[in-house]
Structures are given as C-alpha cells and as structure tokens.
Design a protein around this ligand. Structure first.
Ligand code: BGC
Length: 750
C-alpha cells in the first residue's frame, strides 16, 4: 500500500509534476526512490487492446490476444445491465492476467447522429439506458479490482474535427442528454477514472473545462477518482491542471512536467492544487498496485462462450413472417462474403486481437451439414460483382431458404471519421435483389456498427436480423438465433429511421469548420422523431421474439413529494408469455409530462427490466422511478425541477407500442418567476394574487381596459413597465409600483 499523505510530503516538485503525466504511452510515472510503481492502462471497451511493455509509440500496433466481446451498439441491444456486469468481470480477469490496472472504457457518449463514425463504441441515443448499462459494466470490472475509464467526457458525438470542434449546446441539453449517463455511473460506481474528451464544449476544451471537470463532476456529483485526458487531449498542461485534469496521456515528455514546475514556481498554480492532482494519481496507483503482483490467467474458452451468449442476446429480430427459426431439415444456402469473412468489431483504438473468430458459415454447417455458399459480392472491391451475383443466383435458386448476410465494410465506419450517408453498399443491395428474384425465401442478416437505412432491404426479406458487430463469437450467436437455439430478445437501443434527413441533427451535423451547434437541443434520437411525428422504420426499443408476450395489470403507486425532494413511483406490471417458447421481454417505462412550461420530449425512457418468462408463464415486474424521472433542467432555477400537473406513465414493449398507461397527478411548488415591473400583463393576470392586486387598482380608479379579456389577448405579452406608458388603457407607473411592492411583501410573508 502507498501512504499517500507521507508521500506527498516527501515528493519533490519535479517528481510531483512528473506524476501528473504518464511516463509512456500506456503507463503512469513511477518514482523508484519512494517505491511508487508505474501502473498500466489500456483500451477498451469491449475487449483488451493491450501492448504490455513500451508498445509501438502510437498505440495502434498488435496487441496481446484477448476476447472480443460484442461492441457497445450490439451489447446495448441486450438491455441487460447484469449481462454487462458479467462481461465486465471477464474483462477484468483478462486484465489481471496481463497485470493491467485500468481498462479504458466504457464509451458512453450519446448517439446524436447515426453518422458518427464511432457509434459502434457507444451504447445508445438514450441517456438513461446508456447510464444503466454503464453501471453494469463498470461495476463488473471494478468488482474484480481493476479500474475503468468512462469516456469521453463530454459531448464527444462526432469524429469530424474531433480534437478541435467546439460543441455549442445549451445547459439544459447538456444536463438532460449529454451528461446524465456520466452522472449516473459516477454517482453509482465511482469509476476509477473518467476520460475527458478531445473537443471543446461551449468554447473551452474539455481538458481545460473547469465547469465540466470540477464544478459538475467533482463538486456536484461527488466524484473522487481521477480525470485522465483522452490520448492527446491536453492542449495547455497548466490550464488543464487548474481546471481539474489529473493525468495527461500520453505524456508530452520534456514539456508538460517542466511547464507544471515553472507554473508552481511562478505562483500560477497553487501548491495545494498540484498536491490535489498528485494525490488522485497516487490513489489510482495504490488501487492499481495489487494487480501488478498477480500471476493469473483466464479461460479463453469460457470467455468465448460468454461472448457467444452475449452476442446472441444482442441480436435484434426486426422482421419475421414465420420463416425463422429455420426448420431443422430446411435446405438452406448461405450468401454473402460476411458469412465467410466475419465483420465483428470496429476499427480504431477499440480494435481487439481476438483469441479466435467464428464464421457464420462454419457455424451453420456445423448444424445443417454441408450448406452451399456463394460470396455474392466483394467487400471493398466490386470488380467481380457480376460473376459473384450469377453464382449467388445459382446457389440461391437451388435452396429452400437463403440466409443472406450483408453489412458495412470496415472502411465505411471507423474511429477517426464520420459517415456521410446511411446506405448499405450498392453491390450488396444488387446481390440481394438478384438473390430475392430467384428465391423469395430470404433471411437477411445485417452486420453493421451503426444504423443503416433499410428501405431497399426490408421488401426482400422474409426475416430481418440485426446482428450488429457482435464480437468474435458472433458467427455462432447468429447461427443460434437462426436455428432457434436462442430465442431473440434484443431491442433497439437506437431508432432506425427511414431517411437520414429525418434525424433531428441532420441540419447541424457535423457542423461548420471547428464548430457544431446542437440546434435540436434535447430532441435527439426518438425524442426528435416523436416530437416531429416522424414515421420511422423501426422504433427505439423495438425487437421481436419467437414467442409472444402480453403486458397487463399496470399499477403506479406514487410516494414522497416534490417539495420534500423524494417524489417516487413504483410501477408494477405483469408479463405473460402467450406463445409456445420460453423467451425474454424487455418491459419499458416511459414518462411524459402532459403539460409543461418548456418544450419537453413526448416521452422519455425512465425505467426498464428484462424478464425471462417460460412459455405460458407470467411474471410480475416492479420498476422504480425517482424524482428525476419527472424532472427537467430549468435554466432559470439552475436546477432539476418538477412542474405540478399530470404525468403519463406509459408501459409497453417499445417506444411506439405502449398499451398500458396511467396518469399520475403531481403536486409541486410553483415555478413561476416572481412578478415585477417587467412581468407581462398576462403573467400578472395568470397569477391569482397578481390579478387580485390589478383588480383592486382598477377599483381605485385605474383604467378598466387592463381587465378587458380581448385586449389582454392583444397586449398581454407586453411588460407592465412598457404598458404603464400607455395612458388610458393601463395602470400608471405609481400603481405599478404599488402592486409590485404589495405582491413582493405578500408572497414573502407566505
Ligand atoms: C480514443 C480513446 C482511447 C485512446 C487510447 C483515443 O484516440 O479516443 O477512446 O482510449 O485513444 O487508445
């Protein structure tokens, strides 16, 4: 163990400064004379990408073999924090086996636009879902003595110009959409580290953003761990240190430590500030040290099996006219290069060197015997397409059912750049059309990290299976779903729109040079489609099963009060499996503020539960809502507020199928602004005391026009101070002073 207090007294200024940067690409700085070792950090998030030793100095070269679990897009579709907890424990075991102290993940940024190149590394377009899933995986990893880094804090929602872009978003949008997943995971799990993003937020780089790193993260949310920079996100070391950034990675050796020493000597950085940052670094090293002593291993087969289970649970069945599950004796053919050459993870810093990779073709052959196969299209190259298509037609024509795998090539989506469209490659779509023309019994399997539009696919698909980038065991997992060994239970964690243009960020993505305005505010994802009454291809939360479920008996019991800060509700519902197969349903609870003084989403996910129910069985589910489930961020009160009135609690299998609703009426203190001389006539008339005071002035001889309802409609939006200049139709200035004083006195007296 490190005695942090003693060490702080013994470290020299240069040693302290050195500790606030790493010593190399993946290591913290050791101080040998005081017995402070270096600890290692490495990517993340869905498998380890670790280069023990000195690595290749840019960090992208070959890494030690590790299990590649499903990417975030995929695993989010499982809607199962417990599954993430188990994956987290497995990841931690792999980290322990190589003496790795901190895994750089999970990535919990919001999918503001389906175009973001890194969406495969992020969970969802919904902050509540992302937050719950983050809690699962962080808990799982940290329960085994290994640290995490929740990233990228904050508002890192595009790859275009990601190091320089200035995200302009109003505070309500940040508080309601871009920060809550971080807030949830920080408060619930105290991740060992939080990784600050590359971009700027409202003019200031995240690494120098005192509001983000200190005010919100530490002071409001009570974060006690370490803030590490994204790799290269420190632009001014001293400013970052002052703002709350503890550890710069990778280190700007020869520059940053010297700059910190000089700033302390010049009095620009108080010694206590440096000490606070060093303390955090030492505390991280102390937590990471036990891992250095371990001599452990992991069971690659067991982890592969978990990866397969997880990938199976992540698959979303989008359409099925009964062709799935495949009959055991069906004569099937497989078409699509991706069935033979799997695409199962994304490119960039999250790229894992897998322990092994299962191909769908092999897995189907293991069940169905020697299944005929045709590539159908080339990945990347389209040179041989007509020959490949002809072969695919031949193979498809001779089968009962065709399993056709299409998706996005690695070159189409990656860390480092954004997509410019949501289309699947044209050569794959022509292959699909050709196959469907000779054999209409087509099951389409999609492999893609981020959403694609499906208008050209769905008409040719008797069944449509969204398999995402499901990790190294995805081939087996897809086979499990196709054959019925696994009953699909995935639900979309992001909407599939008909067109890119329907997405609310469309007008402002990726923005202008070096700046992007989040003009859609809180209305991202389904919040945008719902508000604009857009039809969508497949809604948020959607997914089919081989069995059927019925929800019944909704009960909502509220407790506590807004005034007491402890409003809550217990939502109870019964799930019945009305089909012939065991299966799992995801019960989703959405909250809607029926009437609000600010523009609010039509509905917001505030609770969910995944429940397994045997065929013919029923299970009762209880989901808790807290006060935040009803609140919005008030820019005027600078706080979360709940407005009095009716709220609809809507429960169902997805965001656009909510058969059970109950309305609860919430009492809450008034949020109206205090009345003053600049309040409008309407505001005065809407306030009971205000109206009474105006009426008494009219009795005292002020013009009665001010009470004329028709006139109030016309002039009601004018401030009283302006109206007071209009003699004959309004109160004069003296009367206005009198009622303003009286209102203030009487409301204070209350
Ligand atoms: C990525 C991070 C990653 C880091 C280290 C950065 O470019 O944005 O997600 O953890 O590199 O590889």
């Amino acid at each position: 163990m490190l005695d942090v207090d003693r060490l702080l007294g013994e470290l020299t200024l240069p040693e302290k400064a050195a500790l606030t940067s790493g010593s190399s690409f993946w290591y913290t700085t050791p101080v040998q004379r005081l017995g402070i070792p270096r600890v290692m950090v490495s990517d993340g998030p869905h498998g380890l990408r670790a280069q023990p030793g000195e690595g290749d100095h840019v960090g992208l070269g070959g890494s030690v073999p590790a299990t590649c679990f499903p990417t975030a897009s995929a695993i989010a579709s499982a809607w199962n924090p417990d599954l993430l907890r188990r994956i987290g424990q497995a990841l931690a075991q792999e980290a322990r086996a190589i003496n790795l102290s901190v895994i750089l993940g999970p990535g919990i940024n919001m999918k503001r636009s389906p175009l973001c190149g890194r969406n495969f590394e992020y969970f969802s377009e919904d902050p509540f879902l992302a937050g719950e899933l983050a809690v699962g995986i962080v808990d799982g990893i940290q329960s085994r003595g290994v640290g995490t880094s929740v990233k990228h804090y904050a508002a890192n929602n595009q790859e275009t110009d990601r190091l320089r872009v200035d995200v302009r978003a109003d505070e309500r949008t940040l508080r309601e959409i871009y920060l809550p997943a971080f807030e949830r995971v920080v408060k619930a799990t105290q991740p060992w580290t939080v990784m600050c993003a590359y971009n700027k937020v409202n003019g200031t780089s995240c690494s120098e953003n005192t509001w983000l790193l200190t005010t919100v993260l530490r002071e409001e949310w009570g974060y006690s761990g370490l803030v590490v920079s994204d790799w290269g996100a420190v632009y001014h070391r001293v400013a970052a240190l002052l703002a709350g950034l503890d550890l710069e990675m990778p280190p700007a050796l020869g520059r940053s430590p010297q700059a910190v020493v000089a700033a302390v000597e010049a009095g620009k950085v108080p010694a206590e500030v440096l000490d606070a940052r060093v303390r955090t670094v030492l505390e991280l090293v102390a937590k990471g040290m036990p891992v250095l002593e371990l001599d452990e291993s992991f069971d690659a087969d067991e982890h592969h099996a978990l990866a397969r289970e997880a990938a199976g649970e992540s698959i979303v069945l989008l359409r099925n006219d009964g062709v799935l599950p495949l009959a055991a004796d069906a004569r099937i053919a497989v078409v699509g290069e991706f069935a033979r050459t799997p695409r199962f993870q994304g490119t960039g810093s999250s790229q894992v060197n897998p322990t092994r990779v299962d191909a769908l073709l092999d897995e189907l052959r293991a069940v169905h015997g020697e299944v005929p196969f045709a590539a159908g299209y080339g990945i990347g190259s389209t040179a041989d397409d007509s020959a490949l298509r002809a072969e695919a037609e031949r193979v498809a024509g001779a089968a009962d059912t065709v399993v056709m795998v299409i998706g996005l090539p690695a070159a189409d989506e990656s860390e480092g750049f954004d997509r410019t469209h949501l289309d699947l490659p044209a050569n794959q779509l022509s292959a699909l059309r050709a196959v469907a023309a000779v054999n209409p019994d087509v099951v389409v399997v999609l492999v893609n990290g981020s959403t694609v539009v499906l208008g050209d696919v769905t008409p040719h698909a008797r069944a449509l299976v969204e398999a995402w980038l499901g990790g190294q065991a995805a081939g087996g997992a897809i086979a499990d779903v196709l054959t019925g060994a696994v009953n699909p239970s995935g639900r979309l964690a992001e909407t599939v729109p008909h067109r890119l243009e329907d997405n609310s960020s469309y007008l402002n993505f990726p923005g202008d040079p070096q700046v992007v305005r989040y003009g859609e505010g809180v209305f991202i994802g389904y919040r945008g489609y719902d508000k604009c009454h857009q039809d969508v291809a497949f809604p948020f939360g959607y997914g089919l099963s081989y069995t059927s479920f019925e929800l019944s008996g909704l009960r909502v019991a509220t407790r506590g009060s807004v005034a007491g800060g402890d409003l809550g509700a217990t939502v109870t519902v019964t799930v019945t499996n009305t089909g012939a197969l065991d299966g799992a349903e995801v019960v989703q609870v959405y909250v809607q503020d029926v009437q609000s003084s600010v523009a609010r989403p039509v509905r917001e996910l505030k609770g969910f539960a995944k429940v397994s129910v045997p065929a013919g069985g029923s299970r009762q589910v209880t989901i808790e809502l807290d006060q935040r489930a009803f609140a919005f961020w008030s820019t005027r009160h600078h706080d979360w507020v709940v407005e009095a009135g009716d709220f609809t609690i809507a429960v169902g299998p997805h965001s656009r199928d909510l058969p059970l609703t109950e309305t609860v009426t919430v009492e809450a203190p008034s949020l109206a602004a205090p009345l003053d001389r600049d309040s409008t006539l309407q505001e005065w008339m809407n306030d009971p005391l205000g109206r009474q005071l105006v009426e008494s002035e009219v009795k005292n001889g002020q013009p009665a026009a001010v009470l004329d309802d028709e006139l109030v409609d016309v002039i009601g939006t004018m401030p009283m101070s302006t109206l007071a200049n209009f003699t004959g139709m309004s109160l004069d200035h003296d009367a206005l002073d009198r009622i303003t004083d009286a209102w203030r006195e009487q409301t204070h007296a209350r």
